[in-house]
Design a binder for this molecule. Structure first.
Ligand code: ASP
Length: 358
């Protein structure tokens, strides 16, 4: 990746935001030969947005060369994003990341864990239609994200000092968001946590839900990630030989198991035996519901209780994206499975809801 920082305005502004362009539909154009959408470079995007020149916030840009479709996003690129932000942390009031929608919730979740003690806004956004198209949603998403990234209280502290997704009028905590619509402009939702803000004529921030960091602590950027994990969905008819194959993969360290309802799995003895075998060998298995809203409660039905006895750990009301990237992050830092399991049961940056007793 080439390090290309440039400024979009000539007049000095008070707030400064770094706009990081990774790619995605927002900056895409149609290939005249194949007819498919392909990422274009950042100059194309800027040429479609004369509004940049009139913004009150000073904007510098950093672009991925070449820009990517977010299907090609990877843990290595997450670490690069952390590096880009950490190296320039003191120079900017906030950061906006332009990103394809397909894996935006994974990147937002990963960054929330990798940027420990974050005290500045990191806002991910993109669009469903390229910015060059007449009905694009990209302009509003981008301009409002810049406004959110530079918004601050009277004492100078930012209003939203966390990793968020802003999309179609909704400001969502990054590690609570999930892509839920492939076509509609409202592409994301946070089913288990209230919106951090809603943008209409004004941007209304719901401050009671926004994280309040300790401003005396320095940012701790984390770069290590161990992606030896898998997401496995239960379904009626799931076969023993196939599950055994997955569980016996030599490098596997963890499984996000998508169970039914409030965290239930079939009683089938072979499944319980395999899960027990896996957890005894040090594989961490996290129980996440296949339902978009609601939480796992392994004590509610016997079918969930059985899983607890097999050493499966509750993922509470986590999204799949958050549980998976949290596992990768923790595995990158701890070789001891018990530490990984214990930390999966704690909220590191607002990614799960724990009851008083937990
Ligand atoms: N395939 C695109 C991407 O994720 C979709 C989008 O940006 O909306 O990069």
């Amino acid at each position: 990746m080439k390090d290309t920082i440039s400024s979009l305005q000539m007049t000095p502004r008070t707030e400064r935001v770094l706009l990081i362009y990774t790619g995605g539909t927002i900056g895409m154009g149609r290939n005249p030969v194949t007819g498919v959408l392909e990422p274009l470079d950042f100059n194309h995007l800027v040429s479609c947005l004369p509004e940049f020149a009139t913004l009150e916030t000073g904007i510098d840009t950093y672009q991925f060369t070449p820009p990517i479709d977010s299907s090609d996003m990877s843990p290595r690129l997450w670490s690069q994003l952390v590096r880009i932000i950490a190296d320039r942390y003191d120079q900017y009031d906030g950061f906006v990341i332009l990103h394809g929608t397909d894996t935006m919730a994974f990147t937002a979740s990963a960054l929330s864990f990798m940027l420990e003690n974050l005290t500045k806004p990191v806002i991910l956004t993109g669009s469903q239609l390229p910015i060059g198209q007449l009905r694009t949603d990209g302009k509003e998403n981008l301009i409002t994200s810049i406004e959110i990234a530079s918004a601050h209280h009277a004492d100078g502290t930012p209003i939203v000092p966390e990793v968020c997704i802003y999309f179609s009028g909704q400001l969502l905590r990054g590690n609570r968001a999930t892509k839920m619509n492939a076509d509609g402009f409202k592409a994301f939702e946070s089913f288990n946590y209230p919106h951090l803000g809603d943008a209409g004529v004004n941007i209304i921030y719901h401050e009671e839900y926004i994280l309040r960091p300790d401003y005396t602590k320095p940012l701790i950027p984390h770069f290590a990630i161990d992606p030896n994990a898998i997401v496995f969905t239960l379904f009626p008819g799931v076969q023993e030989s196939i599950v055994r194959h997955v569980i016996e993969s030599p490098e596997l360290r963890s499984i996000v198991m998508r169970t039914y309802g409030s965290g239930n799995a079939p009683h089938t003895p072979w499944l319980m035996r395999l899960l027990k075998e896996a957890t005894s060998r040090g594989i961490t298995i996290i129980n996440i519901s296949q339902c978009a809203a609601g939480s796992v409660e392994m004590g509610r039905y016997d079918t969930g209780f059985q899983l607890k006895n097999m050493g499966v750990v509750s993922g509470h009301d986590s999204t799949v994206e958050s549980a998976l990237t949290k596992l990768m992050f923790l595995q990158g830092h701890y070789s001891d499975t018990n530490i990984v399991r214990t930390k999966m049961n704690k909220s590191l940056c607002g990614e799960i809801t724990l009851s008083e007793e937990e």
